[in-house]
Design a protein around this ligand. Structure first.
Ligand SMILES: Nc1ncnc2c1ncn2[C@@H]1O[C@H](COP(=O)(O)OP(=O)(O)OP(=O)(O)O)[C@@H](O)[C@H]1O
Length: 252
């Protein structure tokens, strides 16, 4: 995956500024950065949901903005909220894509779906509606659904948000295992420091639409750049609270 001078603006608002980056096959690349820094917008360019204002994004050498790229390269996006259909069972949510694209007989589809459910320890949830599951289980269902598409490229938007620390660690392990077993290339947008430092091959930090660093977890831990240290290890300081800065119009 290659980003070549990617810039994006919405009207007058610049959101991504001249991003250049290569992500290698089989790599886990974690993209971190403050809220609103442009992480989701960057991810959307990879799957062609947004088109660049300048520059381009290439996936396996093809322009990501071209719909033919999505037919040639199997990509799956695991959305923040899971984007599952509550009117369908977990099993049918997973089978939907395969049935719609006629990717096998019902018996072959069953085998693929059950294998994905097994990998994510979800066999007992097969007949349930996603609405009946916990947040962590729904995330795992969303990953299982992405897995049945047999993607070469897996994109995750906040896969561990709203999960307890143990479930977050489980999801991180799953992402790392998928890399080892299937050589999937993974791009993970996350605020989860443990995930980034624990499973990433490289971490990119986006601030104000600029990729301020692309580095290994080990180097990131050693960073002395105050923007990075303050972002990764924010201190709670009640003598100089940050929220005052957010409310400049308050009467003193
Ligand atoms: N379709 C759109 N039209 C106009 N502005 C948009 C659109 N999509 C995103 N933006 C703006 O782009 C900026 C970056 O948004 P983005 O969702 O990429 O942030 P993020 O880094 O993923 O944030 P978070 O961590 O909170 O999810 C925000 O200011 C957002 O309001």
């Amino acid at each position: 995956m290659r980003f070549e001078g990617l810039s994006k603006r919405f009207g007058e608002q610049p959101v991504l500024r001249d991003i250049s980056l290569d992500i290698e096959p089989g790599e886990i690349f974690v993209l971190m950065g403050p809220s609103g820094s442009g992480k989701s917008v960057l991810l959307k360019h990879v799957v062609g949901l947004e088109a660049p204002s300048a520059g381009r994004v290439l996936v396996a050498g093809r322009d990501a903005a071209d719909p033919a790229t999505r037919r040639a390269v199997h990509m799956a996006l695991v959305f923040q909220a899971g984007a599952l259909f509550n009117s369908l069972s977990v099993y049918d949510n997973l089978a939907l894509y395969l049935r719609e694209h006629r990717l096998g007989t019902e018996a072959q589809i069953r085998e693929k779906v059950m294998r994905a459910l097994q990998i994510l320890s979800l066999e007992s949830a097969a007949r349930k509606s996603p609405a009946e599951l916990s947040g962590g289980m729904r995330k795992r269902v969303a990953i299982a659904r992405a897995l049945v598409m047999e993607p070469q490229l897996l994109l995750y938007d906040e896969p561990t948000s709203e999960l307890d620390p143990v479930m977050s660690a489980t999801i991180s392990e799953i992402i790392a295992t998928l890399k080892t077993h299937y050589r999937v290339t993974s791009v993970v947008v996350s605020h989860d420091r443990d995930l980034a430092l624990g499973i990433a091959d490289r971490v990119g930090i986006l601030m104000g639409g600029e990729l301020i660093t692309t580095t290994t977890p080990a180097e990131l831990r050693r960073s002395t750049d105050p923007r990075i240290t303050d972002f990764l290890n924010p201190r709670i300081d009640l003598s100089a609270p940050r929220f005052k800065k957010l409310e400049p119009n308050q009467p003193s």
